[in-house]
Each structure stands twice: as structure tokens, then as C-alpha cells.
Design a protein around this ligand. Structure first.
Ligand SMILES: Nc1ncnc2c1ncn2[C@@H]1O[C@H](COP(=O)(O)OP(=O)(O)OP(=O)(O)O)[C@@H](O)[C@H]1O
Length: 444
């Protein structure tokens, strides 16, 4: 009964919470069978406290709304609906752990991927904070830590930052960072050479295991099986596990349910594409690391045009710096536009005012006529203002040109729209989410 009720609550909560809030805080809760109450089990104290402070009242309201009489009380506790992971000391004897040669496990860590070099912004704040906690208290804070998000957004960087920090405090820590394809490859080799027991011993004797891009496990049942056991052995021994994936674990097809549910034991956090200010800060920092002082306007220019991910931002910056070194010219706006001409042409070709109008109208489920027309009800002016702000941000058109394209409006109307949207994004997360979603749709 509780499961069905909770499912109805989840559907209803989807209307009030963002997808990220649902995925990070609400979906990891498990329901424990109870006739009288709805018992929600949080995987750890952090999640319980956060859910209690931020969402419990809403959950209670939703439960009242969706349940028939009698309305159950809502209890929020730490634990799980099923078995708890055993809190035994390390699963492997110490001398056996010492035998495993590090070099045979995983890939090298990038020394520059540190917390200090990771620029924080709203889009990655939670992931960075969680990773830091894990680095300070491996095996204790959140286990496993599951970081998900699109390509090139800093998941690997954060993983390495945890490993680098752990090694700083304990140079003997046994940490393996592996891409999931490599884990699968190594396992297949071990099976072929009859060395699967060594393989198991190596992995299970670690202090921390970090596996990147676990979406590649999809459909590989034998690897998932082995990984599941390794994973359990490490968790039981309170050794840290960190995983990354390009999407929310429940959305990976071909991944066993028991694995997906285990991932929810710790903390699942998202990384989003960086906001403009974060992108600018990243560019300025990366340039400085290369000994280049990047003018602010150039950083803004690049960040405004390349919105998809940090790797692309870095690529554009590298190209500007390389061109400047090669030609001996200083990095000015004109120089940057020239250096990135083909890249920007590609982006601009895709983002036209027309395209923005269609995408925004579609997103808010309204007609283009209304978007461009004279009606002034809020349900129409907001999307209209958002569309104008996007046109200013993503195209090279001037304010009067944009006004013209929006039903012949004055350039001051466009300016007002841009300011209003900026202000609203700072005060209303829903509008900010809508804006970010639209940005992403238009630029990727
Ligand atoms: N917030 C940030 N501050 C500084 N550098 C960043 C930040 N986010 C990402 N980067 C840099 O962007 C590049 C891509 O990041 P990373 O390889 O960690 O992405 P990823 O999310 O793991 O992508 P993929 O899914 O493709 O593996 C790296 O060079 C990384 O250092």
C-alpha cells in the first residue's frame, strides 16, 4: 500500500519540484512497509536532514492530497526498506591488500584535477561540496557518491580531486580510478586468463574505487555481476566508492535494478552546464594557468557563445591562446572573433531569433502569434521576455533588431526584458531553471 501511495506522491511532487530536486533528494528515499504510516527511509543523515528541512512539509501536504482516509502520518528516518549494509571492518586482511600493485589497477590521476582548480558555481556547487566531504571523510560521508551530468562538465575532474586529496592526507591510500570500459576489459582478460580471483582481490582490497561513465556497463551482465559484488564488498568494508554517469542512474537502460537501487544508498548529485559567470571564471582561471591574462570582455564573449560544456570552452580558449602565440598578436576582441570564426559561425547558424521564438513557444506550450503579439497577461509576457533575453544572449543582433523581430517593439522594451529576466533568475529558481533548460536546448 505504501509503495503505491508513494508513487502517487512522486507523480504529484513532480509538479512542484525540479527534476534535479526530485532526483537528488526525493527519489533516493525508500518506502518501508507500514500499515499506519508512510515511512520514508533516507540513505544517510545528510539526506534526511535536508529532506526534512526543505521538503517534508510539502511531502506531508501531498500525502494528504493523494491519500484516501485515513491519512497516514509521514515518518522520515535513516535506513533502508531492505537490508542495511553491514558495517564490518575491511573485508580483506591487511597483508593481502598490500600485495596488490597499484600500477596494475586503473588509470593515472591527473594531478591538476584538484578542488583548488575546480571553479564553483551554482551548477556544480552541490557536487563539489559532496565530493569535498567525501575526500575529507572517505567511506564515512556519502557512500557511494554518485555524480551525474552531461559530457565535459567536470565529473572526472571532481573524482580525481577526491583521489588527489585522499592521497595528500594518506599517501599510502589504495585508490583506483577506472573508466567503466577498462573495468569491463580487464575483467574479460581475467576471465580469459583464468585470473579472475586475482582480479577480484585487487579490486576488493582498495580504500577507494572510482569508476567513470558507468553507463557503459549497460547490457554487460557479467561485468555488472562482478561489479555488484566488488561494490558490496567495498561498501561493507567502509571503503569509498565514487561513480559517474552521463544521466540519472534510474534512467540508464540495461543496468540491473539491484545496482540502481544500491547506487541510491549514498548521495546522488547532478552537475549542470555552467552559468555564464562560472564559465567566465573558468576561462580566466585556465588562461592564467597558461600564463595568459585574458581580458574580461573576451572571456564574456567566449562564454556567451559556447554554452554547452566546459571541455568546449577549454577548446576554444586553447585555440585563441595558440593563435596568439603563433602570430605574436595580443588577445583582443577582434583577434578572438577571427580566431574562433568558424566555430562561432557554426554556433550562430544554429541559433537564430526565429529558432529561439519557436523553441520558447514550444517550451511554454503557446503559439508564436501570442509570443509576438500585443497581449500583456503574465503568462504571455514572461515567455516573451525570456525569448528576448535569449535572443540578446545567444545572437549578435542589436536591441532594435531584436525588438523588430518581436512584433516591431522598441529597443527599450527589449532592454527592460533582459533586465527583468536577469532579476527574476536571481530570485526565482523556477524561472532560472526554465531559462537554463532553454539555453541548453538551443545550444546543444
Ligand atoms: N568547474 C570547473 N572548473 C574548472 N575546470 C573544469 C570545471 N568543470 C570542468 N572543468 C574542466 O573541463 C574539462 C572536462 O571535464 P571532465 O573531463 O571532468 O568532464 P566529464 O564531466 O567527466 O565529462 P565526460 O562525461 O565526457 O567524461 C576538464 O579539463 C576539467 O578540468
Amino acid at each position: 500500500m505504501s509503495d503505491a501511495l508513494w508513487q502517487r506522491c512522486l507523480d504529484r511532487l513532480g509538479r512542484d519540484l525540479t527534476e534535479q530536486e526530485l532526483n537528488t533528494w526525493i527519489r533516493p528515499l525508500q518506502v518501508k512497509a507500514d500499515e499506519q504510516a508512510l515511512r520514508l527511509m533516507a540513505p544517510n543523515r545528510f539526506v534526511r536532514d535536508w529532506v526534512r528541512d526543505q521538503f517534508l512539509r510539502l511531502i506531508q501536504e501531498v500525502v494528504e492530497e493523494v491519500s484516501a482516509d485515513p491519512i497516514p502520518e509521514v515518518h522520515l528516518e535513516i535506513g533502508s526498506a531492505g537490508l542495511k549494509p553491514r558495517r564490518s571492518p575491511s573485508a580483506e586482511p591487511a597483508e593481502r591488500r598490500q600485495q596488490a600493485p597499484e600500477a596494475r589497477l586503473g588509470s593515472r590521476l591527473v594531478p591538476d584535477h584538484t578542488f583548488e582548480n575546480f571553479i564553483e558555481g551554482k551548477s556544480n556547487q552541490l557536487a563539489r561540496a559532496a565530493a569535498r566531504q567525501v575526500a575529507e571523510n572517505p567511506g564515512q560521508a556519502y557512500n557511494p557518491l554518485f555524480i551525474y551530468g552531461g559530457v565535459g562538465l567536470g565529473k572526472t575532474h571532481l573524482m580525481h580531486a577526491v583521489a588527489n586529496r585522499m592521497l595528500e592526507s594518506n599517501p599510502k591510500a589504495r585508490i583506483a580510478y577506472v573508466h567503466s570500459e577498462r573495468f569491463v576489459g580487464d575483467m574479460v582478460k581475467a576471465l580469459q586468463h583464468n585470473t579472475i580471483n586475482d582480479f577480484k582481490r585487487l579490486y576488493r582490497g582498495l580504500n577507494a574505487l572510482m569508476i567513470d561513465d558507468i553507463q557503459f556497463f549497460a547490457g554487460k551482465e557479467r561485468s555488472q555481476e562482478e561489479f555488484f559484488h566488488t561494490f558490496n564488498a567495498l561498501l561493507e568494508g567502509q571503503q569509498q566508492v565514487i561513480l559517474t554517469c552521463d544521466r540519472y542512474p534510474k534512467e540508464v537502460n540495461g543496468l540491473e535494478e539491484r545496482l540502481k537501487s544500491r547506487f541510491g544508498w549514498g548521495l546522488t548529485v547532478a552537475i549542470e552546464p555552467p552559468e555564464l559567470e562560472t564559465s567566465v571564471a573558468i576561462l580566466i582561471r585556465k588562461a592564467a594557468q597558461d600564463g595568459v591574462q585574458l581580458p574580461d570582455e573576451v572571456a564574456f564573449f567566449i562564454a556567451q557563445r559556447i554554452r554547452s560544456n566546459v571541455r568546449e570552452l577549454e577548446g576554444a580558449l586553447r585555440r585563441v591562446i595558440a593563435n596568439s602565440r603563433f602570430t605574436g598578436q595580443p588577445i583582443t576582441m577582434d583577434f578572438t572573433k577571427e580566431a574562433l570564426r568558424d566555430l562561432l559561425a557554426l554556433h550562430e547558424k544554429l541559433v537564430t531569433i526565429d529558432n529561439i521564438q519557436k523553441t520558447v513557444a514550444n517550451y511554454f506550450k503557446m503559439g508564436i502569434k501570442d509570443l509576438l503579439g500585443k497581449r500583456r497577461s503574465r503568462s504571455i509576457t514572461r515567455p516573451r521576455q525570456i525569448a528576448m533575453a535569449l535572443a540578446k544572449e545567444l545572437t549578435n543582433h542589436s536591441l532594435p533588431e531584436i525588438g523588430e523581430e518581436f512584433g516591431g517593439r522598441d529597443h527599450t522594451t527589449v532592454l527592460h526584458a533582459c533586465r527583468k529576466v536577469k532579476e527574476l533568475r536571481e530570485t526565482d529558481t523556477r524561472i532560472d531553471d526554465d531559462y537554463q533548460n532553454l539555453l541548453r536546448t538551443l545550444t546543444t
